[in-house]
Structure formats: C-alpha cells, structure tokens
Design a protein around this ligand. Structure first.
Ligand code: ZN
Length: 217
C-alpha cells in the first residue's frame, strides 16, 4: 500500500461509532397475557390451578425477552496495518425463534470477513448476530441479514456467515428428527468469487452437516 494512503489514514479524524438502535417494538403485555390465556384455554389447558395460574404472564414475559434487543455502538477502526487475511469469530452462541411455529432454534454462528479499510471490534460480531436473532426468524434469512448488514457497514472485501442450529419445531414435533442440525451459509465478495478464500473460510467453519440449506452459489 502506498505511503500517501497510509499517511492519509493515520491523519484522518476518528470516526464516531455508529449507534445501532432498532425501532422500539410495540409490546402490550396486558393484551398479550389475555391472548395467552385464551390460547391455553382453546388448547384445552386449564389455567385455574395454582401451578398454571401465572403461566400466561410467564409465557408473555419469556417471549418479550426473546424478542428484545439492546442498542449498541458499532465501533470501527482504520485498518492501519493493512491486515488483509481472514478475521473469523467462531461458535457465537445463537438463539432465535422460528417464525413458522414460534418455537426456539438454538446453535452457533461463525462470522468472518476479509478487512478492507476498516476493521471492527471482535465482540461486535456477536452483537450483530444477536440483533438479527432476537425476532421471529427463519434461519436462511437470519444468515443473509447478518452478512448483508456487515457488508453494508464495513465494506470489507468479503463476508461469510455460517449458522448451525437445532430447531425445536423439528425435534419436538413433525418428523421428530432429534439431534439434527440445519446449516445455512451466506458468502459475499471474495468468499463467493475467490476459490481460495472460499475454501479457507468453509474449512474453518463447517463441521459435518446433517441438513444443508445453504446459499453458496
Ligand atoms: Zn419452525
């Protein structure tokens, strides 16, 4: 990299962190509690026992917590050292809720990027995963949203996201395929177009898949 550019980067004023705040969600706890009571009654569950009396309130509280996100500051730094190899955080804990059944899916996310002019505080990758996970989701869309968001905010040379998750709607109902992981991936930029980068990223992130719903094309 040329001297001129390095000097310009060093002299550039510090960028203020991007404050990431989602629009406040409209939660009506009282209405949700009434609806939860109606739902349980309609399912033939008697809530008029000591143990179940508070269940509608607890259900509502639990879901409200699963869908709540906290604001955070996304601090990026100039890539002064011109580091151009893979940055990868593996096994980021993931918990989300399948929007088709409103049952949890849990697993891990592996998020990597090839830095361009800016690099990111590593813990922030987990915050980005959480931001998109804390809402009714499908795993394919969640994977894509994390990758697209990082691409837009960081403008790296490549972004890769792999999610491995177990869906309770699969393991507790329907086919009851216990222990089945669903793997999804989104690869952008060099991870998509450069075979060496792609192979390196996938070798470091994928274990033996059970079900693959990836978009690696
Ligand atoms: Zn489901």
């Amino acid at each position: 990299m040329s001297c001129a550019l390095t000097t310009a980067t060093a002299l550039a004023p510090a960028r203020p962190p991007l404050h990431v705040a989602l629009p406040p969600s409209q939660v009506d706890l009282a209405a949700a509690e009434r609806a939860a009571t109606d739902l349980l009654h309609a399912l033939g569950i008697d809530t008029d026992t000591e143990s179940l009396r508070e269940t509608p309130r607890r259900m509502v509280k639990a879901y409200a917590e699963l869908f709540r996100t906290e604001d955070f500051d996304l601090t990026t730094f100039p890539n002064d050292e011109q580091y151009d190899e893979l940055v990868l955080v593996r096994d980021i804990p993931l918990r989300s809720v399948c929007e088709h059944h409103l049952l949890p899916f849990v697993g891990v996310a592996h998020v990597g990027y090839l830095p361009g002019d800016r690099i990111l505080g590593l813990s922030k990758l987990a915050r980005v995963v959480e931001m998109f996970a804390r809402r009714p989701q499908v795993q394919e869309r969640l994977t894509r949203q994390i990758a697209d968001w990082l691409q837009a905010q960081l403008n790296p040379r490549g972004v890769g996201v792999v999610i491995e998750a177990e869906h309770l709607c699969m393991t507790m109902r329907g086919v009851r395929a216990g222990g089945t992981d669903t793997i999804t991936s989104t690869l952008l930029g060099a991870f998509r177009h450069d075979p060496r980068s792609r192979a390196e990223f996938l070798a470091l992130t994928t274990s033996a898949p059970s079900t693959s719903a990836g978009s690696r094309a």
